[in-house]
Design a protein around this ligand. Sequence first.
Ligand code: LRH
Ligand code: MN
Length: 390
Amino acid sequence: MSDIRAALRAQAIETPSWAYGNSGTRFKVFAQRGVPRDPYEKLADAAQVHAFTGVAPTVALHIPWDRVDDYADLARHASEVGVRIGAINSNVFQDDDYRLGSVTNPDPAVRRKALDHLLACVDVMDATGSDTLKLWFSDGTNYPGQDDIRSRQDRLAEALSAVYERLGEGQRFLLEYKLFEPAFYVTDVPDWGTAYAHCLRLGDKAQVVVDTGHHAPGTNIEFIVAFLLREGKLGGFDFNSRFYADDDLMVGAADPFQLFRIMYEVIRGGALSGRHGGPEQGVAFMLDQCHNIEPKIPGQIRSVMNIQEATAKALRVDGDALAAAQAEGDVLAANAVLMDAYNTDVRPLLAELREEMGLDPDPMAAYARSGYFEKIAAERVGGAQAGWGA
Ligand code: LRH
Ligand code: MN
C-alpha cells in the first residue's frame, strides 16, 4: 500500500488558466463574481487548488489570453503564490485572418503570421521556464472542394518543422488533435493517427496530447493511450469529460469508469510519474475544462480529486491476478480483477493521504471554509473579467 500512497503523493496535475475565467457557449457566457481580471489573479486562484489538494503544482497559460508585459515577472509571481508555469498554449483560432486556416491557410502571408505567433510562444517558454508548448489548430474546411486536403497537410508539416527547429534544449511541443469544431468537414489534425504521424516524422521533441473530449462518440481512448505510450509518443492529456461533443465538463463527471481505464493504461505503461521510455519531461496530466455554470475554483478542486480517485482505483488493480487470468484466458476472472479495483471506495485512503500531507482530508469543505471566495468577490470589483475574448 505504501507504494500506492507514494505514487498518489507524487501525482502532479496541471490546471488551465482559462478555467478560472468566464466561459460559455455560443449561446451565452455567464459572468461570475470574483472572476480574475488578469493572469496574476488567475495564478492566485490556481494556487488555491494546489494549496487544498497538494497535487496541482503547475498552471498552463494560453497566449494571448495570458499576455503580460513581463513574463519573467509572471513566473516569479507564480512561485510567490506556490505554483509554476506549465505548458504554453498557442492560439491561432481567434483572429479574422484565420477564417480559412492559420498555418494551413492558402495565403502564405497568413501562414507566416500564424507561424510567427507559434515562435513567439516559444519565447514565452524561454521567459517563464516552461518546457512544453501545446499546439492545437482549429484549421479545417466546411465544404468539399473548399481547399486541397493534401496541400493543407504540406503547409501544416512545414510550420511544424519550423517550430520544431526553434525548440531549445529540454523543450518539446505537444500536438493536439480534435475530430471537428470549429471546422465541420475536414479538420487538418482530426485524430491521433494524424498527430502521431506528424510527430513521428519530426522527432523526440514532438509528442501527442490526448484531449479526452476530442474523439468520436464510442472511441476507445485507453487504446490510443496504450498505443502512444508503447511508441513513447504520449506527451500529455487535456482532461475533461463529455456526454456529447467537446463539452469540456469536469473530468470524470460524465464517465468516471473511462477515466479509470485510461489511468490504468497510464500505470500499465509506467507513465504515472517520471521516465518511462517516452518524453524526458514525462506525461503532462493537464486539465482543459470550462466551468460555464459552476464555481471555478471548487470545480478545479473537484476535477483534481476525480483524477486522484481514478488513479487510486487503477493503482489497486492486482496486476499478478490479472496477468494470471489473462494468461489462462479466464475472461470473467480477468474482467473481475479490474472491476474489483474500480468498485473499491478509495476516498478513505485519499483522506488519510491528505492528512499525512498536512492537508484537510476534505479539500472542497476546507476551501469553502477558507473564505477565499468571499475575499476575491469583494476585492475583484471593476476591471474586465477574464474570458476567452471570443
Ligand atoms: C480546443 C482546446 C485546446 C485549447 C482550447 C482551450 O478545443 O481543447 O486545447 O487551446 O481547447
Ligand atoms: Mn484541449
